[in-house]
Write a protein that binds this ligand. Structure first.
Ligand code: CLF
Ligand code: SF4
Length: 478
């Protein structure tokens, strides 16, 4: 008999959003088949993708269900590490039920090895739970920004409900009721639920602790608190009225205050509704219509190849984590622990990685850095920081100072940066900024390398109880 733990393990181990470890290795793709939406969020402009999962200001290519299925099969044949197909926009998938379920129905038939996933604002979720079960949708995301209608009225100007537009507090009251009922029904049917919440300072930031408590009690599996990203250029209400988003330290403090016995997602990239690839990379440009239209795919061969590729990744991970009870928390070894001063302070380190859970990227080629915290408790992923490409090849090398300065700014608060290689110029400038470059752990697994560097820092005496001046000055604003 299969235990509940192993069933859960099977559900999450290759889902890049529900498992932090899986996001280094397994790819997802989004089928952008859902144009309409039934509510209005103050952080949304309908010209762009649904901002409940997507980074604002992104426009995806809308497909018919038939086109989406054809594209998915072509992508799934080209990317054997693909494990999940999600529908997350560009509007709300459940406000477009025919298109959404036609796509899922065909995919379940033609590529039954792929996990199906959907993301919704929750307004009509209770009405579609049976349908989700019917199509074997194992993972659902609900965006829940509040459980108090007075707060909701400041986020949602209206909803479209029973053929009428409803505004203000009443609208939020209906939306909240539907979201909570939808959550309860999904948990009853053993569907894993991720709750997304957009953190909006001075509106719902403090209130999200209560949201966290409630969704945790109701059985949500993971909570993903994302920052509001505003820009007047996006044309949404919050952007135009100057509503600010949270700073990285405000976001981290809230994520740390929540957590407890619910997983907190910290690796979300707010990806576009036609995203393809590992979380953190976007290969959608490689799959434009001319690449997959009319292409014939041998489904059986492609399915067998995917199954074999995913099994090989799982075997590799099993070997790597064989002696570690929790792969996301690499502990100090007991011998080392006894030698470390009990008050050794935590350290943030940036990591350049192309995926695979390894330190395998040149500093100058990184468009984003993963930020890990190493402490006496172990190593954990805190966030990611985006940056401009520092080195774009020989033509641009030599005059990239301003980009490098921007990268160093993006790494504020970090005391080391781990990468596969790094040039002399950035090395010196990072050191001058109080960030220690380190390429000694190239191609090693990230968590082990971060812990090894932490131990070196501790044993070298560099970690007294205070931080170096330059770094401390930076961390105030980060
Ligand atoms: Fe897509 Fe969302 Fe499914 Fe993931 S994304 S529908 S749960 S397969 Fe993942 Fe992208 Fe964050 Fe979403 S990183 S935006 S959480
Ligand atoms: Fe926009 Fe998504 Fe909100 Fe609809 S649910 S208004 S598409 S952000």
């Amino acid at each position: 008999m299969v235990s509940n733990v192993s069933l859960l393990e099977q559900k999450i181990r290759d889902h890049p959003c529900f498992s932090e470890q899986a996001h280094h290795h397994f790819a997802r793709m989004h089928a952008a088949v859902a144009p309409a939406c039934n509510i209005q969020c103050h952080y949304c402009n309908r010209k762009y993708d649904c901002a409940n999962e997507s980074r604002p200001g992104v426009v995806s290519e809308l497909l018919s269900p038939e086109q989406a299925v054809q594209k998915t099969l072509a992508v799934a044949a080209a990317l054997p590490q693909l494990s999940v197909v999600g529908i997350a926009g560009p509007g709300d998938p459940l406000a477009n039920p025919e298109r959404t379920f036609a796509t899922f129905g065909k995919l379940a038939e033609k590529a039954p090895d792929l996990k199906l996933c959907v993301s919704t604002n929750g307004l009509v979720l209770p009405e579609y739970v049976d349908e989700l079960v019917k199509y074997n949708i194992g993972h659902v995301t609900i965006t829940i920004n509040c459980v108090d209608p007075d707060i909701g009225a400041r986020i949602y100007p209206w909803i479209f409900w029973n053929h009428r537009r409803i505004r203000g507090r009443k609208a939020s009251q209906i939306l909240i009721g539907q979201q909570q009922r939808g959550l309860e029904l999904l948990v009853e049917r053993d569907i894993l639920v991720k709750v997304n919440s957009v953190m909006i300072p001075d509106i719902n930031a403090e209130h999200l602790r209560e949201v966290n408590q409630i969704v945790k009690e109701k059985g949500a599996f993971v909570h993903n608190i994302m920052p509001l990203i505003t820009d007047a250029k996006h044309g949404d209400y919050f952007g135009v009225t100057g509503q600010r988003g949270p700073s990285p330290s405000e976001l981290q403090a809230l994520q740390d205050a929540c957590g407890g016995d619910i997983r907190m997602m910290r690796h979300c990239r707010q990806c576009r509704s036609d995203a393809i690839g590992l979380v953190g990379e976007d290969r959608s440009a490689e799959f434009s219509q001319d690449k997959w239209r009319g292409q014939s795919v041998d489904h059986q061969a492609a399915t067998a190849k995917r199954i074999a590729a995913r099994a090989a990744i799982q075997r590799k991970l099993a070997c790597r984590t064989a002696n570690k009870p929790d792969a996301t928390l690499v502990q100090l070894t007991p011998v080392r622990r006894s030698a470390v001063p009990v008050d050794a302070r935590p350290v943030l380190m940036a990591v350049a990685s192309k995926g695979g859970g390894l330190i395998n990227q040149h500093f100058g080629h990184a468009r984003e850095f993963l930020v890990y915290e190493a402490s006496m408790r172990g190593v954990r992923l805190i966030s990611h920081r985006k940056t401009e490409l520092y080195c774009a090849g020989p033509d641009s090398c030599g005059e990239p100072e301003t980009v490098l300065a921007g990268t160093i700014r993006a790494l504020e608060g970090c005391e080391a940066v781990l990468c596969a290689r790094i040039g002399f110029e950035p090395w010196s400038q990072l050191e001058a900024a109080g960030i220690e470059p380190n390429s000694e752990h190239a191609l090693e697994p990230i968590e082990e390398a971060v812990m090894a560097v932490y131990q070196e820092l501790v044993h070298s005496g560099k970690l007294d109880t205070t931080r170096p001046k330059q770094v401390r000055a930076h961390t105030k604003s980060y």
